[in-house]
Design a binder for this molecule. Sequence first.
Ligand code: FDA
Length: 398
Amino acid sequence: METSDVIILGAGAAGLFCAGQAGQRGLRVAVLEKAEAPGKKILISGGGRCNFTNLGAGPANYLSVNPHFAKSALARYTPADFLALVERHGIAWHEKTLGQLFCDGSAKQIVAMLLAECPAETVTISCQTAPQTVERSTDGRFIVTAEDGRQWQAPALVIATGGPSIPKMGATDFAYRLARQFGLKVVEPRPALVPLTLGGEETLFRELSGVAAPVLARAGTAEFAEAALFTHKGLSGPAILQVSSYWRHGEAVGITFLPDAATDWLIEAKHSRPRTHLRTLLRERLPDRLADALADRLGLDRELGNISDKDLRAAQSKLADWRFAPNGTEGYAKAEVTAGGIATAELSSRTMEAAKVPGLYAIGEAVDVTGWLGGYNFQWAWASAHACAEALAEAHWA
Ligand code: FDA
């Protein structure tokens, strides 16, 4: 049986960062990772360049049953802190858009940095090591037994095994099963940052597969100004991925095509260019295939001068709030993250420790804190891991 101060389950973004931070504080850390190598999701993130943080990351960019939960950790480890680390490791980076920071080179550099941050004297990482059982001894120690019979024990256990998004990469609901085993509640998980599917009459929009346009997209109380993309299954693109995290089955998604158009732009065009067809006008501002599809559905494909003001106003309103009724999402297979997870009500927002189970911690995506698209999820992984590592170093047994 190997003995350490902390066992961390999962060598992803949160687990690796926590291991480094705790190891640098002198704690002996055993990291157990199911996959054959650490940080696999980091390697495929940001199209291989890892969108490692967002300069604007703050509590408002996260979904959680308790929107205040993320505040403490995010305030104590900021995007500037992570950027300083990236720079200390000489990793070249750039801001792509909307505060999103990417490596100039490769996401491999972030994994290499996280591994280099783990002191060899204090941190051991065991890959291809899936815990079979996790038990608690009568003196409060956690005992982890791997499938091959090896055992680890420690007074603290950190759940950092992420969420079930992208199961073909080995992602599982292990974190939720373990949390439930220790009596912690789990907020119903669901795929987030995920393409939406269209059915019924709206399947006709699938003929637009591959067409993208800047839009305003809305679901629930959320609204995002980014690009939407029509796919052979429905809707995707950054604007749709963002609203998908807020969308619930049965609800509509509202899309404003031409978000920069003036309120009465069709009436104004009727006065200035009465001989122009509606289709032609739309084609001037939107990709041809999308303009044609919208003109067909508006049913007003004639010269503007021959369309009543009432009908033009109705068309303006429809274009400003086109209602789609998705019949589902593309599921965990295509979801960049999982919303929901270990209930924040069970955890201290300062330490990430479970109130009911002293010594048990949960960090990263396993917790019911879900970021927007654009580097926010990694920032939560770093911040929650940092909060946890600080608390571990202050724990009574450390
Ligand atoms: P993460 O999933 O990173 O790590 C969990 C680890 O636990 C994995 O290594 C897994 O193998 C391991 N594990 C699972 N079950 C286990 C078990 N039973 N025992 C032991 N180990 C186990 N975010 C962002 O901010 N910017 C971006 O650019 C992207 N891009 C992106 C692209 C794609 C395709 C995806 C799928 C996701 C992103 N994300 C992202 C989201 C981001 O990758 C994600 O939120 C973080 O990796 C979460 O970090 P965690 O450490 O919590 O989980």
